[in-house]
Design a binder for this molecule. Structure first.
Ligand SMILES: Cc1ncc(COP(=O)(O)O)c(C=O)c1O
Length: 416
């Protein structure tokens, strides 16, 4: 390994050093107030995060997985039903669906954005489902299950193509729950509304994760549900707190899914920095794309449609010899990631769903070709140029820009 080129995949130390005094002040306040779960810090964060997303309500919960599960349950998804989503996502998307008692049904992706392809969604609904116009119910023919919801995943920090998805959802009477766990602050332009819309304000409900490596990450676990619907917000609040309407009065069985006030305090401090951090990620992405352009088609940078303003939770390129490049970068001290190496429909956990290799060809091809390059707000230009130079060296192409600065190796999160 060449230590002058060491580039971590994500740096979870720098942001916390940058704001250490503020985080310590939050810790002191929580210890002195002894309000550890719920309370004013959680309420303040919920208010500010809802405003940031452009939603009426944010309900802070324990994790992104809980956020998705509570959003689906609150939306009325029930055992015996089916929910449409994609297979190239973190398993939590599938778990949240299955754990409501519903069955995930996977639709293939747009190979350029890696997000749900609305044309294939239409195809799926027309060919594999029947719409009972009178009852306004959509039935999946093969499993005979009512299809009641759709979970578009805004993967890598880029919103799915929401206009056509919302139109299909209206036509087939499906509830849209956004998986915005990787997309804090991402926007998509709605031609039908003539305005940009933020992740978390588009579907009936949306789920966010505050896992530490996310664009907005806690110093532990955390998540949130956003919605404009007062009733759904109330249901999610009850679901996260054992179905309580008031202390020890339980209207239904819920979960222990609350956010700690310490995490809420940390998240409020970080939320104030999120716009600048997202801007930094966008600048780094633009720089990568500029430097990688001469290497096309051996390396394909992320595709950003004109209707999209992503926040680059991850910067994911496509390369034919992905494993070779990943090993070469590792040898040069550059850490990379795979998001995700095995699509959900081919995971052992979902063998029971009956999918086979070849069922989702675009998703499967993406899983072979994708490589996530180092991406975090504090990434330096030297680290970006070093990464691109190492890619160019592996491909036998001349590096356009030599690395300028050395960077020390830092903590690498196991998962982002
Ligand atoms: C797309 C997606 N969905 C759901 C989740 C689940 O979030 P959490 O890890 O906070 O439970 C994650 C986070 O890893 C994610 O990336």
């Amino acid at each position: 390994m060449n230590p002058t080129h060491a580039v971590p995949f994500v740096d979870l130390i720098a942001p916390h050093l940058e704001m250490e005094e503020e985080l310590l002040a939050v810790t002191r306040a929580v210890l002195r107030g002894a309000s550890f779960i719920g309370g004013p810090l959680v309420e303040d964060f919920e208010r500010d995060f809802a405003a940031y997303c452009g939603a009426s309500h944010a309900i802070a919960v324990n994790s992104g997985t809980d956020a998705l599960r509570f959003a689906l349950i609150a939306a009325g998804v029930a055992p015996g039903e089916a929910v449409l989503t994609v297979a190239n996502t973190f398993i939590a998307t599938g778990e949240a669906i299955s754990q409501t008692g519903a069955r995930p049904l996977f639709v293939d992706i747009d190979p350029r954005t890696f997000n749900l392809d609305p044309e294939l969604l239409r195809d799926f609904l027309q060919r594999e489902c029947v719409l009972d116009q009178r009852l306004r119910r959509t039935i999946h023919r093969r499993t005979n299950r009512p299809v009641t919801a759709i979970v578009p995943v805004h993967l890598f920090g880029q919103c799915a193509d929401m206009d056509p998805i919302l139109e299909l959802a209206e036509e087939y009477n499906l509830t849209v729950v956004e998986d915005a766990c990787q997309a804090h602050g991402a926007e998509v332009h709605s031609a039908r509304e003539g305005r940009w819309r933020k992740a978390g304000s588009i579907g009936r409900l949306a789920a966010f994760s505050f896992y530490p490596g996310k664009n907005l990450g806690a110093c532990g676990e955390g998540g949130a549900v956003t919605t404009d619907d007062d009733d759904l917000a109330r249901r999610v609040r009850m679901l996260r707190d054992h179905g309580q309407s008031k202390k020890y009065y339980h209207d239904f069985e819920g979960y222990n899914g609350r956010l700690d006030s310490l995490q809420a305090g940390f998240l409020s401090a970080k939320l104030r920095r999120l716009p600048a951090w997202n801007d930094a990620r966008r600048r780094h992405a633009a720089r990568y794309t500029e430097l990688l352009r001469p290497l096309a088609p051996a390396v394909i940078p992320p595709h950003v449609p004109a209707s999209s303003r992503p926040v680059f939770h991850l910067y994911v390129v496509q390369v034919p010899d992905r494993d070779g490049l990943q090993s070469a970068l590792a040898a040069a001290g550059i850490a990379t990631g795979l998001h995700y190496p095995v699509p959900l429909h081919l995971q052992r956990a979902y063998a029971g769903l009956g999918y086979r290799p070849g069922d989702l060809p675009r998703t499967e091809q993406a899983a072979q070709r994708i490589l996530s390059l180092p991406m975090f707000p504090q990434l330096t230009d030297g680290q970006i140029t070093a990464t691109v130079a190492a890619i160019a060296a592996h491909l036998g192409a001349p590096a356009k820009h030599a690395p300028e600065t050395a960077a020390p190796e830092r903590a690498v999160a196991a998962r982002v």
